[in-house]
Design a protein around this ligand. Structure first.
Ligand SMILES: [Zn+2]
Ligand SMILES: [Zn+2]
Length: 165
């Protein structure tokens, strides 16, 4: 799916709000506007700071409620990277890639693998209606591999020195 333009997002939000008989507040559209400008992942703290810097004051609780509403409306997705690291992303963007997550430092990288995407979309699932898919591959990033190898070599060196003495 192509990346949605901002007006598409606005229309989608309006349709959801009207369908649910919620209030069409300016606040929701301002928050959505700022979200649509992120080129990738964001967290609630950076979004809050971004809004503050624009002199748009909204509490984190209100922001959280709006993020939940956007998730329900299918506009954004929530990524539970680690229990301490929760990120958000436009759903139209999240559908374009898979995530590589380092289990040591929590670093997130994105890859685009068409075969993985196609396979996930073609699954026949019983008693389940898929809406979108997002794949997480957990492992060790190159920086952590380097660090661990270096530490191991250091330990081995210390042990051989101890033996020599
Ligand atoms: Zn992503
Ligand atoms: Zn790492």
């Amino acid at each position: 799916m192509d990346t949605k333009t901002h007006s598409d997002l606005q229309e989608q939000l309006t349709a959801y709000i009207v369908g649910k008989k919620l209030r069409k507040t300016e606040e929701r559209y301002t928050i959505l506007q700022q979200i649509s400008e992120y080129p990738g992942h964001f967290d609630i703290i950076s979004l809050h700071e971004k809004l503050e810097s624009l002199n748009f004051h909204v509490s984190k609780a209100t922001l959280y409620n709006n993020l939940n509403l956007f998730i329900e409306a299918g506009l954004i997705v929530r990524h539970f990277i680690t229990p301490q690291n929760v990120q958000y992303e436009l759903r139209s963007l999240a559908e374009t890639h898979q995530h590589l997550i380092c289990t040591y430092c929590g670093d997130v990288k994105e890859i685009r693998n068409q075969a993985l995407k196609t396979n996930a979309c073609n699954l026949k699932l019983r008693r389940f209606t898929p809406e979108f898919s997002s794949l997480y591959i957990y492992g060790t990033c190159s920086r952590c591999t380097y660090r661990m190898n270096r530490d191991r070599r250091k330990r081995e060196k210390q042990e051989t020195q101890k033996k020599i003495k």
